[in-house]
Design a protein around this ligand. Sequence first.
Ligand code: GLN
Length: 239
Amino acid sequence: MKLSIGHLFPELLNLYGDRGNIISLRRRMEWRGMEAEVTEYKLNDNIDFSKLDIVFLGGGSDREQLLVCKRLGGIREAFKDYVEGGGVVIAICGGYQLLGHYYKLKNELVPGLSILDIFTESGVGRLIGNAVIKADFSDVPIVGFENHGGRTYIGDHKPLGKVLFGSGNNGSDGGEGVIYKNVIGTYLHGPLFPKNPHLCDMVIKNALEKKYGKAELAPLEDEAEYKANSFIVNKYTRK
Ligand code: GLN
């Protein structure tokens, strides 16, 4: 079995080791005897979404987001069709904000893809630090690191998880990230997948099921990863 991963604009959207997520996806597939083909797209490259099984968008600074948003109009329609058809997307921080209608800065507006009915506004001060969230799909919390000036409001969408520690989407409503069909948006960097193998596997499984129907993932030796995960969970959530 093989998955094609499209890494969008890594030269602009790649903060705090987001690239480690791609390495994690690839290795966890290879360790199970599967293949992952990764294609990096530069800003003006043509993207054929019909050939992709996972789309990855990383985080970026406000300046980089302003550069990327100029290109989004050209891919919006095809990207939206991909999402509505069940295509798998993982979008982190700046990439997550770009899935929404806009990211409003003090003196500028970064128009987004409007793929999700969400929006972001910059607030006073940055929301920075380690974070722990609890998602519905697993008893094991998701841990990560957040650093964003934007506050995201997801309206009627479902958050990826409930904030157990940290700020999450906006520091006020207790939600972190968003989950819609096979799209995950999150503020958690870190890199996210090496710290949370259960989340990485969910993304792989969703992509395999979309492509091949049923998919079972053989367990891997993740003792060290889960030890590290629970160390962080205990450190920040134990009363
Ligand atoms: N520039 C955005 C913000 O500050 C996203 C930052 C990021 O991707 N870490 O909100």
